[in-house]
Each structure stands twice: as C-alpha cells, then as structure tokens.
Ligand binder design. Sequence first.
Ligand SMILES: *Cc1c(COP(=O)(O)O)cnc(C)c1O
Length: 389
Amino acid sequence: MKEQSRLIRNQAPRSHNREHSVPLYLTSSFIFDDAEQGRAIFADEEDGNIYSRYSNPNTTEFIDKVCNLEGAEAGLAFSSGMAGIFASLAGLLRSGDHIIACRSVFGSTHQLLNQLFPRWGITYTYVDASQPETWEAAILPETKMIFLETPSNPGLELIDLEWLGGFKKKYPHIILNVDNCFATPYLQKPLQYGIDLVVHSATKYMDGQGRVLGGIVCGKAELIKELMFFIRHTGPAMSAFNAWLLSKSLETLTLRMDRHCSNALKLAEMLEEHPDVEVVRYPHLPSHPQYDLAKKQMKQGGGIVTFNVKGGFDRAKSFLDELKMILFTSNLGDSRSIATHPASTTHSKLNDAERLAIGIAPGSIRISVGLEDAEDILEDVRQALDNSK
Ligand SMILES: *Cc1c(COP(=O)(O)O)cnc(C)c1O
C-alpha cells in the first residue's frame, strides 16, 4: 500500500467484536494465557504487551503510523514532545559527553541543554544554522550527538539535511538527532539522508487540533532499543487515550498539511506585497535566502509564516491586539490560525542580540496558519496591519 493508505489502514489487530474503528485500550496491564507465556514475553522470546508503561495496542498503532511516514525502523511514544526530546538525550548520553545543537532550538530544549544537563556533566556547544562552516570546529573528542531543528522556530532558517548526513560518514559515532516537528514527516524525511533519530512534538501538526500532548522518537532500531530500556524504567509513556486520538488524527495529516501549506503560501505572498511589512520568511517563497534548499528537502513550505512589521515592538503588540479572528496563544499546528509575538513572550528572556542571532526582530510576528478559508485569514491580517500603530 502507498504511504497515505497505510496511514489509514495500519491498525491494531481487530478483536473478536469485529469493530471497524479501533477501540481504546484503557488497561494498565495485560494477562498471560499461562505461566509459560508470561515467562516468554518477559524474556523477550515472544512479542506481547505486558504493562502500558512499556507498550499498549493504541500506542503501538500510533508508532507504526509515524514510522511508516518517516521510513523509520522503530519508534517510541511519549507523554509530550519534551518527554521524547529529554529521553532521546538522557537515554543515550552519559556524564562527560558533549552535544552540539543549533542555537535556535525550541525553548525548553534550550533549557535542558543549558540548565539541566550540565548538572549531570553533559555539556553543549551552540552553532548557527546559517554558518555550517563553523560546525566541524565545534566537534570535540567527547561529542556524542548533534541536535537540531529545521526549519527553525520562529526564524524559519533551514539546515541542509543531506550535508548533515555527510557528517555520519566522517564521524560515525556521533548520533544525528533532528526535531522534525515544524515540517512533519509528510513534508520532510530526515532519516533518508542518514540521520539517526527524529523527534516530534505530536502536540502540533500530528494532533492538528490543539487537544492533546504527545511526543515520538523514531529511527535506527539499535538506538530505539537502548531508549526502550530508559523509558520502561523512567515512565514517560504516552497515554492510550492520547495515542488513540493521535492515531486517528494521522489519517488526515497529509490533507491538513496540504491546506496549511497552501494557506501559508497565500498569506506569505500577500505580506510580501504589504507596505507595512519589512521581511517575510516562508521556506517556499522565492525571496527566502535558502529557497533552493527548501525546494529540495521540503515537499511544501509548511504552515508557519514569520514576518516583521514596520514600527517594531509596540506595533507588533498592537497588531496582535487588532486581530479579530486569529487568536494569540502559545501553540502551533492547530486547525485555527494562531499569532504570537516571540520578542515579548517565548523569547523575552533573551537580549536583542541573542534574538537577532536566531532571526527574531522586535517586530517579528509568527503566524501558525490554520485551515480556515484563506481569504478570511488574509483579511484579518490585512485589517490588523491597517489598524495597528
Ligand atoms: C512544541 C514543540 C516542542 C515541545 O513539545 P511539547 O509537546 O509541547 O512537549 C519541541 N519542539 C518543537 C519544535 C516544538 O514546536
């Protein structure tokens, strides 16, 4: 079956009730037919569920669908994107190890690297996505992982995944770990370039409707096996309910992404023509400095558009207040369009220079473009630009 059909048809085994839609398996544990089966499943000689902290039919179905999309050998589901990101580092690294990460990683990932991991003797170096020539110099003998996001949030800078995959040939012991949340595996498949692990916040486009939290890590089977040990005994498991809901959502992921992307492109084109807008960033806009790379590694440009309003900080805040339909909330990848002002919220703890290094100006606005009629989205943004000061 083709990729899209497998998203619909990959399904937990049908029960004796002959259900069409997959039931929700709300059970903490699973019974064994006899003592011998219990022994064999515990000994990993036979596949089977034991306890929902380890696996559950709903989480297995969700993982199968994401692995199918990413082209991954194996995966694990988590209670949130951050639980997955934390496990993908803590489960594979030890004291004395070093991580290279791009400066523009997600805010909580940034806190993990600079506040929490140093407590356990794991150090990091930040590199700039826009200066790939500096990355190799950052590699130390104890470097064990390179962690990055592409496109970045909210600057929408890209990293060339094929170029990154080249590191694997030169430094085979370094684990390449990519947060693929913004692009989704429908638009971009890092594993095909030789990347080892992909992490996602399923909270975003995978749910797509702003309802539940979830995370997933997938990639090389040997690494996932090592992580399995970590999660079995630390317990960041995804709930069966969230897995059931997220698996249903994946059935429509590609349809939703097509609409997110076409609406986002229309908004980006409108903004580029607007006299009160200074810079518009959207990967599939010809004015994006990495347009050719975006065309090569992303099937479409994604659902996020970032732009700078003339008038800076105060104008950007006024713009948010003038929006009528689009709401201001800290999420993205929802069916409803969302606007945020990074300089006064998610990135307010950084100074101006640090913000500029990751593409955030005082007047930067990030819009997560939803599934409403494009005309209504454009109209709301246009009237807020006209009425803000
Ligand atoms: C939201 C997000 C996360 C964190 O995911 P949660 O599900 O909120 O824990 C990590 N990376 C990126 C790029 C995100 O957008």
